[in-house]
Design a protein around this ligand. Structure first.
Ligand code: SF4
Length: 137
């Protein structure tokens, strides 16, 4: 996003990533208003959020105990506030999940009070007696 200062407003451009067309949306920020130019309604909503409160879907892994692999792939159920992603990663670093887990299962509701949930993106079965999980980070 680039910015060019004007007297009482700032002009910037947001590259929309909502669909493969990748439109550029002009955003003029005035003291009490936001004027959007270009793109479709979905893209304009994305641009508005990107300028006022940027969010990202977070994908990562967390520790899983008793599973066939030691890390469980997870993602947030919706875009998460960008300025709180570091806090989220600290939370996830301390999280331990117990196998078995099914793909799509909600592991943590309302992450850090944001209303966004943590969802498993892979099914991990529980190891039986005598079975060993694969090593890894
Ligand atoms: S503005 Fe609309 S059409 Fe353009 S990339 Fe975004 S979602 Fe796609």
């Amino acid at each position: 996003m680039s910015s060019v200062g004007k007297n009482t407003s700032t002009f910037s451009e947001v590259f929309c990533i909502v669909c493969p067309l990748g439109c550029r949306i002009g955003v003029e920020q005035r003291s009490d208003d936001l004027i959007l130019q270009g793109g479709c309604p979905r893209g304009q909503e994305y641009a508005r959020q990107e300028v006022t409160s940027p969010c990202r879907v977070v994908t990562t892994t967390v520790r899983i105990l008793g599973g066939e692999i030691p890390r469980l792939p997870v993602r947030t159920s919706a875009p998460f506030p960008k300025e709180r992603i570091f806090e989220l990663m600290e939370f996830l670093r301390a999280l331990e999940v117990i196998a078995p887990v099914r793909r799509g299962e909600v592991l943590v509701e309302n992450l850090l009070g944001t209303g966004v949930h943590l969802v498993a993106t892979r099914t991990i079965r529980r190891l039986g007696k005598g079975e060993e999980g694969s090593a890894g980070a």
